[in-house]
Each structure stands twice: as C-alpha cells, then as structure tokens.
Design a protein around this ligand. Sequence first.
Ligand code: ADP
Length: 409
Amino acid sequence: MFRSFRWRLTFWFVTLTTLVYMLSAFGAIWLFHIGLNAVLEEELEALVSEIVPAINLNGHTPNLQEWAKTSHSVPFKFLPTIQLYDQYGHLIEQHGPRGVPQLYAKEQEVRTADYAFLVFSTPLWENEKLIGYLQLQLSLKNIDRATRQFGMTMAIVAPFLLIGLGIAGYVFSGIAARPVEGSFHSLRRFMSDAGHELKTPLSIIQANAESIESEISSQESASNRLAVIMRSTERLGNLVRDLSLLSKMESPTVITKRTPIDLGQLVRGILEEFEELFKNKNISLTIDQIQSISLMGDADSLKRLLTNLLENALRYTEAGGRVFVSLDTAGRNARLVIKDTGIGIPTESLPKIFDRFYRVESSRSRAAGGSGLGLSIVRAIVDAHKGKIDVSSQVGVGTTFVVLLPIRH
Ligand code: ADP
C-alpha cells in the first residue's frame, strides 16, 4: 500500500515538475529570442547613425561610392546588407551580403519561407527635402540557429533532469511517508495482536458456557466451569482496561492534570496493598528506604506504574524469593528501584520487553495472568512524565527496574 502511495507521489511530483520545466523552457527560449533581437536592433540603429554622415548627398541622388572605397566600410560589408533607396523607394545601391530589394517601414522583423531578417531604415533629408532612404537588413539565420541550439540544450537536459527529479522524488516521498508507514504498521500489528489476545479468553468462555448449558440439568461440575469463565472474563477485563489505558497514555493531552504529589506517600500506600500478596506467595518484601519526595505528576498514572512493576516482581519471582523496593533522589530526579530475585530476563529480550504484547515466555506470562501490556504502559507513563526507565537482569538471578522521574518540570 505504501509502496504504491510512494510511486503515486513520485509520479505526480515528476509530472508537475515536467510541466513546470516545459513552461519555463518555452519561456526561456522566447525571452532569449526577444533579448537577442533587441540587442541587434540597437546595433543596427547605432550602425545607421554611423553610416548616415558618410552618405554623399550631392546631386539629389544619395550615394555611398566614396564611403565604399574607405576602410571604414569593411567591418560593415559582411554583416548587414546596406542599401540606399531614392525618394520613390527604388534601390540605387547595395553593399555587403545580398539583400531583398524592398524598402520597409522603420524597423521590423521580416520572415518569409525563403528568408528572415531584421530591417532598420531611416529617411535621408537634404535642406528639409526627402531625397532617399538608408536601409540595413541583417539576416536572422544566426539568431535562429542560436535559439534552436538553446532549445536543443534544454531538450537534452530534460531527461537527465527528470530522472534526477524522479529519484529525488522517490527518496523524499519515502522519507516523508516513513513516520506514517511506521504508525500504520504498528497499528496493524497492534490490532492483530489485540485480536489474538482477545480470542483465547473468548473461546474459553464460549466453550465453558456451552458445556454448562449441557450440564446444567445434572448440576455436575458447573461451578468449576463458572470459575473458568470468571477467570477468562477477568483476563478479558484486564486486557480491555490495559488497552484503553495504553491508548489514552499515547494521546499527548492525557497527562495534563499534573498536581503536586508526595511520591513517598504514594509508594508506601501501594506497598501496603501488596504486602499481603507477597506474604501469600512466600516472597519477602524489603522496603529499603522511602524518602518523601514531592513532584508534579498524575497520581493515578504513577500508581499504575508502581502496581505494574510490583505485579511483575510478584509474578516472575518464585516462592522463597525476595523483592527490594527503594525511593530516593539522584540529582534532580526521584529514583524508584524495584529489584527481585526472580527468573530474570534473557539479554536478547531486554530491548523488547517494553513493546506491546511482548512476552519472554508467552505461556508462562499468560498462565500468570499477564497481558503483555504492563511494561508498555509503564514506559508510556514514564515518557509522559519526561522520565527514564532502565532495566538490568540476569536469568536465574533476578531483575532490577530503575525509574527516574524529574522532580521539577
Ligand atoms: P506481562 O503482562 O506478560 O507481564 P509485561 O509487559 O509486564 O507483560 O512484561 C513483558 C515481559 O517481560 C513479561 O512477559 C516477562 O517475560 C518479562 N518481565 C517483566 N518483568 C519481569 C521481571 N520482574 N522478572 C522477569 N521477567 C519479567
């Protein structure tokens, strides 16, 4: 889907830039032509003003006989055609390359199938009497060739430019689409994982409900079935709660209700709730030191953070194990440490444990009631408080989580 989106983006980019390039190329050729014409017209005008004083006006018929003999005439001989006309417009004299024997209005561009030239003509006066015209005709062959050459260059450059733009467009559309692609893929993975997670407890509920229905007359084992249904329902409930919590966490507007919190008091409260659970599983809970630290934060989220970490310590530590909790300050941060002597996490799994639905050993975690969302929620809460979380672990030895939360932000 994203590949075709990228190609489409590149296609439109190249098509639009081609159109822009073509329009600019035609514009440039046209301006180039106009510019050259203007320069040549100026040159012709300057030439006329140089030649006029050399015209011999004696005898009422102008002539350039004397001038043609001089060396001044040489530079002009081979550029424009120099023509003299009498007052009736008949050609009298012509110098330089062969021109068209016709008198034109002051200045213009003349184009026919056979020739193309620029004309500049000026009337000649003697004692306020019109006695003839001087006319210059400059072939536009060279200008046309230069314009054609310019057009060819633009056309030759075009495919290279378009290939370059195509590659650049493809690369840039990839860069632009990457974040969208990333969130799209994680959303898809998230939906498929969530679907998978919801399927198992649902099918257990369904199977047990069906079996109760058939057994209800005899009443046998119905209460066992109901217990299974209730466990699965609870798992579903936890999952749905975690999912909605996680989606809320990721919205940047959620943790806006920051209030001053005594973190020490909050931690002590949660630890009290857990003491009984640890005792029931025969795990010794050691509370090293809990300092009173006040910071700005969201109390409910911070309670969930602590609960999730303690639930994991409880879940992944065998009976007879130990769990240590401490809260102190480290620099400008509050530092919460939860350390257990549980089963540990393999090194290669450490970078993944904060991913949604990731479990080191799915069957064990699921059996222990985990949804695989606990640590992703913890991470989201830490991020929302602009804090940091670190984990170190060794299989068979234990795991330590260190959470740093900025005291003022
Ligand atoms: P779960 O709900 O499965 O516990 P979490 O996101 O809380 O999901 O944790 C992800 C995985 O990290 C767990 O499945 C477990 O394998 C591992 N894990 C987390 N905490 C601990 C711990 N204290 N000791 C050992 N493994 C742990």
